[in-house]
Design a binder for this molecule. Structure first.
Ligand SMILES: O=C(O)[C@@H](CO)OP(=O)(O)O
Length: 247
């Protein structure tokens, strides 16, 4: 018996479009992102995959994406579970900064370290900064501290407990699970699933709005490579993410 897991990064957001570091800032989908989310729903419907349960972060862009995709796939009715543990990586003091200007100001090495190193977080965000989330009501009940910055390693450490406590339980029950989340929280999950090294994960970029399908064995290990439902668009989208800042 294999279990089916579908990962979906939210569609292009207003801040993706403006080339700003986003993290936990709760921005909405751009018009392009809305179209990508609907296309994701078409891809799901065409593939014959039928999600039985939806997991999302608590960020609006992921929730919008899931709703639009499931509406097109005629599965808006499935149960939904949301957790901050699926949120985008908190981008610390970079939240709200322009990626191209940041690259220009700090140089390619530090820029790449902040964006893609495994365990070096950006500088922390002040609690009184415009784009801080410390007073956001949705996080008042979370166990532990609300992050002020996160590395990919920290994302893995806060995401994996939820993977094991909730998502794998639904998979083990035979449900097809759709996880709609973010570039870096999905990189964290893909790193775990595919056993990617701390070094090699720097090269992995996840495109917006294209479902990525895994078949998992009883131990939740992939039985083969995951497949994007639109491989050509996924390759182009991943290359575009890698190039952000360089314009
Ligand atoms: O800004 C962000 O939160 C993320 C995802 O959009 O960007 P990056 O790909 O640079 O990690």
């Amino acid at each position: 018996m294999t279990f089916t897991l579908i990962l979906l990064r939210h569609g292009n957001s207003d801040w993706n479009q403006k080339n700003l570091f986003t993290g936990w800032v709760d921005v909405r989908l751009s018009d392009q992102g809305v179209a990508e989310a609907k296309r994701a729903g078409e891809l799901l419907a065409e593939s014959g995959l039928k999600p039985d349960v939806l997991y999302t972060s608590v960020l609006t862009r992921a929730i919008q994406t899931a709703n639009l995709a499931l509406e097109v796939a005629d599965r808006l009715w499935i149960p939904v579970k949301r957790s901050w543990r699926l949120n985008e990586r908190h981008y610390g003091a970079l939240q709200g900064l322009d990626k191209a200007e940041t690259l220009e100001k700090y140089g390619p090495e530090l820029f790449q370290t902040w964006r893609r190193s495994f365990d070096t977080p950006p500088p922390p965000l002040d609690d009184d900064a415009e784009y801080s989330q410390v007073h956001d009501e949705r996080y008042q009940g979370i166990d532990g501290e609300i992050p002020r910055t996160e590395s990919l390693k920290i994302v893995i450490d806060r995401m994996l407990p939820y993977w094991f406590s909730d998502i794998t339980v639904d998979l083990a029950a035979g449900k097809t699970v759709l996880v709609t989340a973010h570039g870096n929280s999905l990189r964290a999950l893909v790193k775990h699933l595919d056993g990617i090294s701390d070094e090699d994960i720097a090269e992995l970029n996840i495109p917006t709005g294209i479902p990525l399908v895994y078949e998992l064995d009883n131990n939740f290990i992939p039985t083969g490579p995951a497949r994007y439902l639109d491989p050509e668009a996924a390759a182009a989208g991943a290359a575009a993410v890698a190039a952000q800042g360089k314009k």
